[in-house]
Design a protein around this ligand. Structure first.
Ligand SMILES: Cc1cc2nc3c(=O)[nH]c(=O)nc-3n(C[C@H](O)[C@H](O)[C@H](O)COP(=O)(O)OP(=O)(O)OC[C@H]3O[C@@H](n4cnc5c(N)ncnc54)[C@H](O)[C@@H]3O)c2cc1C
Length: 383
């Protein structure tokens, strides 16, 4: 067992860190206030290879794998969670689904522009009346000659405002098990597809989140991803991967909380001493540091298992539950260490806390993660 990161991943971390420090950090507070990051960032991310991290070279990607993806997401999220979420939803959900469910022709058609950052992708599962209970979705796709007609609405769709490619889940046979769901690729300019206003959010504000409406959207059968009525199997696979990758974003916040709190504790004085000299402050910082270290080990182990094709639902759920909740707690503690300044928008830690909260909800809530973990423990005879 070797816990050392290979040299190429260390180099990747250095270059992702440099990119994030130079291109993201100076703007992150403004993007949070304006609730948007500029469109040219997508191409810049593409030029770095960050928009095709998991995509094989044959389709224009960087084919770096899950460890590399985790490292990049942590570095991006260290400075801007919204941008990291946009990159995660694009790679980890949209592109990932095309990789899992798409045939050769579909991969050749859709993946190269996504990998280059010429367009960004969205993944549309959640609906106004179905989130955790995703198979209760009401969007339908009905056969129409050599194609399908899609009708319905998708809620909370990351990147939806500017996405060029949407992967959309719809019910094709309500009687099939588990409720016949099929995935389709829908391109932006397809008549009947429209997107709503950008939602006003607590955190992850630089990423756009919208309602996507499908009003008699016709797609040819060649845009069906995977087998008819079997889409939910692919959705579960996508989520299993996505749940680990969203942890990398949380890991970035936790590390940010640690670094910013430690720095502040050296600069701020109270009662004639840097607050770092108070044992209660040292304890808080030590606790955050331990949690960051534990989170990183869990994240890298889960990412390693993803690369081997051995990451279970249980493992992904445990990793997501621990890291996402740990990150929110760490950010709250960082705010406490900064005192009143921690509560101001001028400092980063309150933004990290607002961003971190989303990761306990998106791609499966903490409550759902606990259910999945308990279910496996029961199967294992633990209780
Ligand atoms: C900023 C943002 C971006 C998002 N991006 C995307 C995206 O790109 N694509 C996409 O498809 N979706 C996206 N989502 C949706 C997200 O995945 C859902 O919000 C999430 O799965 C929870 O679903 P819900 O909001 O409908 O909550 P609900 O499922 O209605 O849950 C409400 C509460 O009930 C609890 N609950 C539900 N069922 C159970 C149960 N069986 N036992 C115990 N407790 C339960 C939940 O844990 C939660 O606390 C995004 C959401 C946000 C906020």
């Amino acid at each position: 067992m070797d816990f050392t990161l290979p040299e190429e991943l260390e180099l990747l971390r250095q270059s992702a860190r440099k990119f994030a420090e130079e291109e993201i950090a100076p703007h992150a507070q403004d993007w949070d206030r304006e609730a948007y990051f500029p469109d040219p960032m997508i191409k810049k991310l593409g030029d770095q290879g960050f928009m095709g991290i998991l995509i094989p070279e044959a389709y224009g990607g960087a084919a770096c794998g899950y460890m590399a993806f985790a490292i990049i997401l942590e570095e991006l999220a260290r400075h801007d969670g919204g941008l990291a979420l946009a990159v995660e939803a694009h790679n980890g959900l949209c592109c990932q689904h095309i990789l899992i469910g798409g045939n050769e022709e579909q991969k050749r058609k859709y993946l190269p522009p996504l990998a280059a950052g010429d367009r960004i992708g969205s993944w549309c599962l959640t609906e106004p009346n179905s989130g955790s209970d995703a198979i209760a979705m009401q969007t339908t796709a009905v056969r129409d000659g050599d194609g399908w007609i899609l009708n319905g609405a998708k809620q909370f769709i990351t990147n939806g405002h500017r996405a060029g490619t949407f992967v959309v889940m719809a019910v094709t046979d309500g009687a099939a098990s588990p409720r016949g769901i099929t995935a389709f690729v829908v391109e932006r300019d397809t008549p009947g597809l429209s997107t709503g206003k950008r939602e006003e959010k607590l955190g992850m504000r630089s990423s756009d989140t919208v309602v996507v409406t499908l009003d008699n959207v016709r797609v040819p059968d060649s845009q069906r991803l995977g087998a008819e009525n079997q889409g939910f199997h692919d959705v579960k696979k996508v989520l299993e991967h996505g749940r680990v990758m969203i942890c990398a974003i949380s890991q970035g916040f936790a590390r940010g909380a640690l670094e910013e709190a430690a720095k502040y504790s050296l600069e701020r004085t109270a009662f004639g001493k840097p607050i770092r000299s108070f044992q209660s402050i040292q304890n808080k910082i030590a606790d955050i540091a331990v949690h960051v270290e534990a989170g990183r080990l869990m994240l890298y182990h889960a990412a390693h298992l993803l690369e081997l094709g051995q990451c279970s639902v249980h493992k992904a759920a445990m990793t997501k539950l621990f890291i996402t909740e740990m990150a929110t707690r760490s950010c709250m503690e960082a705010i406490q260490i900064l005192g009143g300044y921690g509560y101001l928008r001028d400092y980063n830690v309150e933004r990290y806390m607002r961003d971190a909260k989303l990761c306990e909800i998106g791609e499966g809530t903490s409550e759902v993660m606990r259910i999945l973990i308990s279910r496996t423990l029961e199967e294992q005879g633990v209780y």
